[in-house]
Design a binder for this molecule. Structure first.
Ligand code: NAP
Ligand code: G4F
Length: 330
C-alpha cells in the first residue's frame, strides 16, 4: 500500500506531538509544520527527529505562501490544522492575533486546499469553548453555540467555514469539537498542568504557594493521547462530518486540585491561595460533552479516567521536576 503523507500544524504543541507519534506508528510520512520562534521549542517532538518519516517545515497561520508551498511540495493525503493561540484567558489580551490566526488562518488553509489539492482530507481543531455559556448541557454536535471569548468566537468562525467548504465544494473536511484534554505535555499555564507542576514542586520543597482563580468552573477532562486517535479516525470515514469528542463526565477545578493534592499527600489550605487576576472577563462555567456520535460512528471512547489522568500528570511532573530542578548540576 502507498505510504500516506500527513501535514500537522501546531507540531510543537501538546496535540501535535501525540498526533505525530500516532501517525508515525501507522507508517505515515509526517510533515510537522512549525512557526519560527527565537528560542528552541521542539522539546515535545525532539525524540522523533531520528525517524526517517518525520520532517519539520516552517509554516505560519498568518503566512499564506507557506500553506501553498507545503501543499505543492508534499502533496499530502491528510492535513491536520491544530495550530492556534490556544489560551482562552490570553485571547482577551491579544484578541486580534488570536482571531487572525484561528479564523483567517483556517480560511487561508481551506482556500489553499481547494485551489491546489482538493483531494487532501482536512481536520480542524474546533473546541468545546464554542458552547460558551449555553446553559443547556450536555452538548452535542447540534447544541447552540454562544462563545464567550475572542478565542471561542474565532474557533466558531473556523468551525462554520469548515462546514461551509464541505457543503459548497464537496471537499473532505471535518471538525473535531474537542473538550478539554490534558497530559504531561500540556502547556504549563493551563490549569491542570499548573496544578500538577506546583504540587510536584511543593512536594520537593521547591515552592510554597500555588495561586489559582475560579475553582468552581467545571470541565469535561480527558487524556490527549486518547483524543488524537479520534482526529485520525474522522479522516478515515467514508464521509466527512463533525464530531464531539469528550468523556461525558464533568469535574470542577477544585476536584482536580483535591485529587492531585490528596495523591501527593499535600494540604490545600496550607499551599493554595486565590488570585483575582486569574479570573476571566467572561467565564465558561460548565462544560459537559455528549460523545454518543463518536462512540457510534468512530467506535471511539476516552480510555483514561479523570482520577488516572490527574495522577499520571502529577507522577510525570514529580519525575520531571526531580530531574530538571532538584538534581540540577549533579
Ligand atoms: P498548544 O499546546 O497550545 O499548541 C498550539 C500549537 O500551535 C503550538 O505548536 C504553537 O506553536 C502553534 N501556533 C500558535 N500560533 C501559531 C501561528 N500563528 N502559526 C503557526 N503555529 C502556531 O495547543 P494544544 O493543546 O495542543 O491544542 C491543539 C489545538 O486544539 C489548538 O488549536 C487548540 O486551540 C485546540 N483545542 C485544544 C483543546 C485542549 O483541551 N487541549 C481542546 C479543544 C481544542 P508554538 O509552540 O510556537 O507556540
Ligand atoms: O486550563 P484552562 O486555561 O482551559 P480552558 O479555558 O478550559 O481552555 C482549554 O480548553 C478548551 C476546550 O474547552 C480549549 F479550546 C482551549 O484551547 C484550552 O485548551 O482553564 C480551565 C478552567 C477555567 O474555567 C479557568 O477560569 O480553570 C479555571 N482556572 C482557575 N484558575 C484557571 C486558573 N485557568 C488557568 N489557566 N489558570 C489558573 O490559574
Amino acid at each position: 500500500m502507498k505510504q500516506k503523507t500527513a501535514i500537522v500544524t501546531g507540531i510543537t504543541g501538546q496535540d501535535g506531538s501525540y498526533l505525530a507519534e500516532l501517525l508515525l506508528s501507522k507508517n505515515y510520512k509526517v510533515i510537522g509544520a512549525k512557526r519560527r520562534t527565537s528560542s528552541f521549542n521542539t522539546e515535545r517532538v525532539d525524540h522523533l527527529f531520528n525517524d526517517e518519516n518525520f520532517k519539520l517545515e516552517f509554516f505560519d497561520l498568518n503566512d499564506v505562501g507557506s500553506m501553498y508551498r507545503l501543499l505543492q511540495n508534499h502533496r499530502p493525503d491528510e492535513f491536520y490544522n491544530i495550530a492556534a493561540q490556544s489560551h482562552v484567558r490570553v485571547s482577551f489580551d491579544i484578541p486580534e492575533n488570536t482571531v487572525d490566526g484561528i479564523a483567517m488562518g483556517t480560511l487561508r488553509i481551506l482556500e489553499a486546499i481547494r485551489n491546489v489539492l482538493p483531494t487532501c482530507r482536512f481536520y480542524q481543531a474546533s473546541s468545546s469553548e464554542m458552547f460558551g455559556d449555553n446553559p443547556n448541557y450536555p452538548y452535542d454536535e447540534e447544541s447552540r453555540m454562544t462563545p464567550a471569548s475572542p478565542y471561542a468566537c474565532a474557533t466558531l468562525f473556523a468551525h462554520n467555514l469548515v462546514r461551509n467548504y464541505r457543503e459548497s465544494y464537496g471537499i473532505f473536511v471535518c471538525s473535531g469539537i474537542l473538550f478539554n484534554h490534558e497530559s504531561p505535555r500540556r502547556g504549563e499555564t493551563f490549569v491542570t498542568r499548573k496544578i500538577t507542576l506546583a504540587a510536584a514542586r511543593i512536594k520537593l520543597g521547591l515552592q510554597d504557594t500555588l495561586y489559582l482563580g475560579n475553582l468552581e468552573a467545571k470541565r469535561d477532562w480527558g487524556y490527549a493521547a486518547d483524543y488524537v486517535e479520534a482526529m485520525w479516525s474522522m479522516l478515515q470515514q467514508e464521509k466527512p462530518d463533525d464530531y464531539v469528542i469528550a468523556t461525558g463526565q464533568t469535574n470542577s477545578v477544585r476536584e482536580f486540585l483535591e485529587t492531585v493534592f490528596e495523591h501527593a499527600g499535600l494540604d490545600i489550605k496550607e499551599h493554595v491561595k486565590f488570585d483575582e487576576r486569574l479570573l476571566r472577563p467572561h467565564e465558561v462555567p460548565y462544560l459537559l460533552g455528549d460523545p454518543s456520535k463518536a462512540k457510534e460512528k468512530l467506535k471511539w471512547e476516552c480510555k483514561t479516567t479523570f482520577d488516572d489522568l490527574a495522577k499520571l500528570m502529577y507522577e510525570a511532573d514529580l519525575d520531571y521536576i526531580t530531574k530538571t530542578e532538584l538534581n540540577k548540576g549533579e
